[in-house]
Write a protein that binds this ligand. Sequence first.
Ligand code: AHG
Ligand code: MN
Ligand code: MN
Ligand code: MN
Length: 342
Amino acid sequence: ASTRPDLGDIKTLEQFILEQQDRFPHSTGAFSRLLRDISLAAKIVNRDMRKAGLIDIYGSTGETNVQGEVQQKMDALAHREFVLALRRGGECCLIGSEEHAEAIPLDTSSEGDGKYIVLLDPLDGSSNIDVCVSVGTIFSIYRLPDEYDEDEPDLDAALQPGTEQIAAGYVVYGSSTMMVYTTGNGVNGFTLDTSIGEFLLSHPDLTTPKTGRIFSINAGYYHSFEDGLCDYLDWLQEYDENDPNRPAKTRYIGSFVSDFHRNLLKGGIYMYPATQSSPEGKLRLMYEANPMAWIAEQAGGRATDGHTRIMEKSPTKLHQRTPLFIGSEDMVRRAEAFLQGD
Ligand code: AHG
Ligand code: MN
Ligand code: MN
Ligand code: MN
């Protein structure tokens, strides 16, 4: 018997978006075209990623980005592919990217409506590229507020709280390539079938377990964590005959997208707390914490900075960082209780 689903069983990302369109408040088709542009860039990055050892994109550009990080060639390539796709599509008027100090206004004279703002981590986990470990892309989409003109969008238009997002998603370039996103009606996952160049619906209505046995944190910084967090980590690793989730298992890839995706499916918590070298944590609010927080919440999980809901934080800078505790609700709540000394 054939193992391939017959044509009746598969649903492409485009078909799914069009189906959702009549449920979407701005069903002008512009949003569908914007997601098409993002998925095109993801396919191009995936193509180049899968042969990174064979073309000259290993290693660094020799530049230091606004984060103070040595920019990897793949960071720059992914940034360029997403900017090009969004510029060609014409639906986006302003991009905020980890790899560019200032927000980038796009000329919207082309056919698009130019009513959307895209915040982007073009390549997440870039320290893993040269060693063949999975990496990702994260995107967060806002509408341009009516008081702004899409021909000269004020850069502040990008600084909206996470609760204003109209879509949030990620691509994980792992053992397979998947796109997972939400528009506020649940979370859906699509797997790239490279033989036909389409993202196909593979994980409809994704939800995350209320609790789990996996915790993801860079334990190397243990001695710079606040006491409550050390108490939580110690508690997690104690044997408890009445708790099947303790001792918990540690899994840390060093790619937020990959750690997040595994924990979303299996249950778990990812933590990037304040440390001595990163007193505000390391992950960026606008294009890492906010989009993943919305996905986590839409899947039944939770995302805070240890005290405040991530999506309610008021941004002041494009690249501001935030401590992040995200994943299964019971695990995040337990971590908060330890942090607050309850
Ligand atoms: P990016 O590659 O986009 O700069 O993000 C890297 C982040 C995140 O993906 C990962 O979980 C974290 O940095 C790892 O940081 P440490 O090496 O300090 O653990
Ligand atoms: Mn980086
Ligand atoms: Mn990142
Ligand atoms: Mn990045």
